[in-house]
Ligand binder design. Structure first.
Ligand SMILES: *Cc1c(COP(=O)(O)O)cnc(C)c1O
Length: 435
């Protein structure tokens, strides 16, 4: 499969090169040149591994990764439960937090770690993975890449802007994992990482890549969530709606790609917090950036979402085509807390602040648009509520049981380094660690 960059001058690469580069030389994102179609009628009788192979294989040529190895990577990636849990009536939570970091990014991180672990055998330079994280990517990447030989990982996160649990997850491992706290926002971290990718001095020393959803190997496997759901539901019986809590918009974009590949998804709802750039764009047609805000759903505190260019490309750069498929709603922290409380008391289900927004998105959409046919509303529950306990009222916190092994994590020592928010400081740090 060939990938092209989404910048002004198209740049063509193989899957392997797209993964190792992360970003195209013009600083834009890669996208598959062809989108293939999938028949879903046999899904109920197939295993999730065989569905996943059918969906993913055409995007990764046999020259990039031999089929046998790809099968192993898929098995290692997907050996997790992905339950679809009924909340009430036709509303379901697709729980994506049953991996080691307890947030949905484990699937992408594990898949990418598998690919790099294979690619590095042919690379002459050491591979360094540089990641800006608003909290959950860091944990997933740290777990997914820990002790993978020949791959160094540097995680960059905004100081004091992530939950205690997230901070421990990404700063308590050592070996090939380093974490840096930046005195700034997530968008500042993302900007620093993009700057590093364009830096020839660093590029000369090592193969530098990202493990954010800008990286095709982190982003692409997320299409699998949507396909896996269709193993258990029958779209002929109801129209299927997906509501996705969005930050960098990778997950939503993966869903939209799955729909292009033939999944019968009626409509998407992007649920966002008060970092509402895309919401304002959909309502006004103007893509105007405002400074990042801190919210309860901190993994979604992204003011300038990288994957929006992929979504825009998928919609043929047409505002009306985009609106046909997508509605967006933005919600406040007060609304988030209030829905966590009410769903817990009424339905006995504990939402996390991110999934709560997904639920609110569905609820709002169905309020505004009455449906004639039977509907199935699915929101992605992207993290375990435990990751964000300190953010919710104390009487709810008490209801969450912390497993023993996680208590140990919370007591572990933080091993990160603080850096100011400027590129020379980061560059110096990266060069001096002997990369
Ligand atoms: C990363 C993250 C999101 C946002 O996902 P994107 O693909 O960046 O839009 C939502 N919820 C949680 C818990 C996350 O970790």
């Amino acid at each position: 499969m060939i990938y092209h960059s989404l910048g002004k001058t198209k740049h063509y690469v193989s899957f392997k090169e797209a993964v190792i580069r992360g970003l195209a030389p013009d600083n834009s994102l890669y996208f598959p040149e062809q989108i293939h179609k999938i028949e879903i009628k046999n899904f109920p009788s197939q295993s999730i591994y065989s569905i996943a192979m059918e969906v993913i294989k055409p995007y990764i040529g046999p020259y990039d990764i031999p089929e046998k190895i790809l099968e192993e990577i898929i098995e290692d990636t997907l050996c997790l439960p992905f339950p679809l849990v009924n909340i009430h009536k036709d509303i379901y939570a697709l729980e994506l937090f049953h991996g080691p970091s307890m947030a949905f990014k484990d699937v992408g991180a594990r898949f990418m770690a598998g690919c790099l672990s294979y690619f590095r055998k042919e690379e002459s330079k050491p591979i360094t993975v540089l990641v800006a994280t608003s909290g959950d990517t860091g944990g997933a990447v740290a777990k997914g890449f820990h002790k993978i030989a020949g791959v160094e990982v540097v995680l960059i996160f905004p100081k004091a802007k992530i939950s205690r649990f997230q901070e421990k997850q990404l700063s308590s491992l050592e070996d090939n994992i380093t974490s840096l706290e930046i005195e700034g926002t997530f968008d500042d971290c993302q900007k620093l990482v993009k700057e590093a990718f364009l830096d020839k001095d660093l590029q000369n020393k090592c193969a530098l890549t990202s493990a954010n959803s800008i990286n095709i190997a982190r982003w692409l496997p997320q299409i699998l969530y949507y396909f896996i759901v269709y193993k258990n539901i029958s779209p002929s019986e109801a129209e299927v709606f997906f509501s996705i809590p969005c930050g960098n918009f990778g997950n939503l974009c993966a869903g939209m790609l799955a729909a292009k590949m033939g999944l019968p998804i009626k409509h998407f709802i992007a649920a966002i917090n008060s970092n509402d750039t895309v919401n304002r764009f959909i309502k006004t047609g103007k893509y105007a950036l405002l400074p990042g805000k801190y919210t309860l759903s901190n993994a979604m505190d992204v003011a300038n979402p990288s994957n929006f260019t992929r979504i825009w490309h998928l919609s043929d750069r047409s505002f009306s085509k985009l609106k046909e498929k997508l509605d967006t709603f933005s919600f406040t922290d007060e609304e988030t807390i209030s829905v966590i409380e009410s769903i817990f008391h009424k339905n006995g289900y504990m939402l996390d602040p991110h999934g709560a927004l997904g639920y609110l998105g569905l609820q709002k959409y169905f309020q505004v648009n009455s449906q004639n046919s039977r509907v199935l509303g699915i929101f992605l529950e992207t993290a375990h509520p435990l990751k964000f306990t300190e953010k919710i009222p104390y009487d709810l916190q008490k209801q969450i049981i912390i497993p023993e092994h996680l208590k140990k994590l919370l007591k572990s020592e933080k091993k990160s380094v603080t850096l100011p928010n400027n590129y020379p400081a980061l560059k110096e740090h990266l060069l001096n660690r002997g990369m």
